[in-house]
Design a protein around this ligand. Structure first.
Ligand code: PEP
Ligand code: MN
Length: 339
């Protein structure tokens, strides 16, 4: 349910309402808007109608409205306006398009520093790089682990960009949190509910990637696991889904962008690198994503893709990245956005 407070409600009223909501067994998420404060109360109590009536009578309450969507805190019913949140020195969500760029994997100090400098000068606002890699084969490069996190942090600090990097399991969550500004939950872990709950508790910004067989409605409920733990700094990433098509690595679901934008206030990021699997298709799908309303791009950039230890075939060289961002700006401006 959503509890809408009167404009005259005092902070003492708010405290008492939150206490009542919790006493009845619901979580309480307070959102202070420009003119109104609302509380999102989520829980599965049998006596919900009775609780709604009781809460409706408390001082300071203007209205109590049920949320009809299965996804509650992420829904537009709960929050009408687009969300945005800080990640280091940048903001994800809002009018300005986020540009996440960097190699698939952190491979060495020289590699990550060179790429960090290149993506920064090409227009990136967040540096990406995997230290714990979810590889399809256990015999391929699994990432540098903590050493990779250290190198990523060093490179990011050098060029003054925040970091996003993947956490593969709960066991490494605290370690990853020590180094990163934003946690990536990869496609393979999109429906790992135990991991989602643990990451939700950290309150670090999250980039949640869509699972390769996760429907849009399931994806929204995955995000709900993070939100329900009180972590509202969540961006959703469309990165392609499994279809019968084999000409590309995945089928980038362009439809997902306007559908998600309609259903949720959370920022939507497009990853045309994993979405297509081939560097030649990355820029066209990046342009289409911005035109479709994405709030950001996530792409892989490598200084030497031919010898990259993972995903070289879908990685842009720095010059191509720079050109893609220049052209993306034209599209962003055409639809009234900044990049
Ligand atoms: C990645 O970002 O390098 C990655 C492994 O992505 P995904 O989880 O979307 O496959
Ligand atoms: Mn990759």
């Amino acid at each position: 349910m959503i509890i809408v407070l009167k404009e005259t409600a005092t902070s003492d009223d708010l405290k008492k309402i939150v206490a009542a909501v919790k006493k009845y067994g619901y979580s309480a998420e307070v959102v202070k808007g420009e003119s109104k404060t609302i509380i999102g109360a989520v829980g599965n109590q049998k006596e919900k109608q009775q609780h709604m009536n009781l809460i409706g009578q408390l001082p300071g309450v203007e209205a109590v409205v049920p949320i009809m969507q299965p996804h509650k805190l992420g829904s537009r019913e709960f929050k009408h306006d687009d969300s945005s949140f800080a990640v280091g020195n940048t903001t994800v969500g809002g009018n300005k398009i986020t540009v996440i760029a960097g190699p698939c994997s952190v491979e060495s100090e020289e590699q990550i520093i060179e790429i960090a400098k290149a993506v920064k000068s090409g227009g990136a606002t967040i540096l990406r790089g995997g230290a714990f890699k979810p590889r399809t084969s256990p015999y391929t490069f699994q990432g540098l682990g903590e050493e990779g996190l250290k190198l990523l942090r060093k490179a990011a600090d050098l060029v003054q960009l925040p970091i996003v990097t993947e956490v593969l399991d709960i066991k490494n969550l605290n370690l990853v949190c020590e180094y990163t500004d934003m946690i990536q939950i990869g496609a393979r872990n999109c429906q790992n509910y135990a991991l989602l709950k643990a990451v939700g508790k950290t309150k670090k910004p999250v980039l949640l990637k869509r699972g390769m067989s996760t429907s849009i409605n399931e994806f929204l409920l995955c995000a709900e696991y993070l939100l329900a733990e009180g972590n509202m700094s969540v961006a959703l990433c469309e990165r392609g889904i499994r279809t019968f098509e084999t000409a590309t690595r995945n089928t980038f679901d362009i439809n997902a962008i306007p559908v998600l934008k309609e259903k949720t206030h959370l920022p939507i990021i497009a990853d045309p690198a994993h979405g297509t699997g081939y560097w030649q298709y990355v820029s066209p799908i990046a342009y289409a994503s911005i035109a479709a309303g994405a709030d950001g791009l996530a792409v892989e950039v490598h200084n030497n893709p031919e010898i990259a230890l993972s995903d070289g075939g879908q990685s842009l060289k720095p010059k191509k990245f720079e050109i893609m961002i220049e052209k993306s700006k034209i599209i962003a401006n055409a639809i009234g956005r900044e990049l």
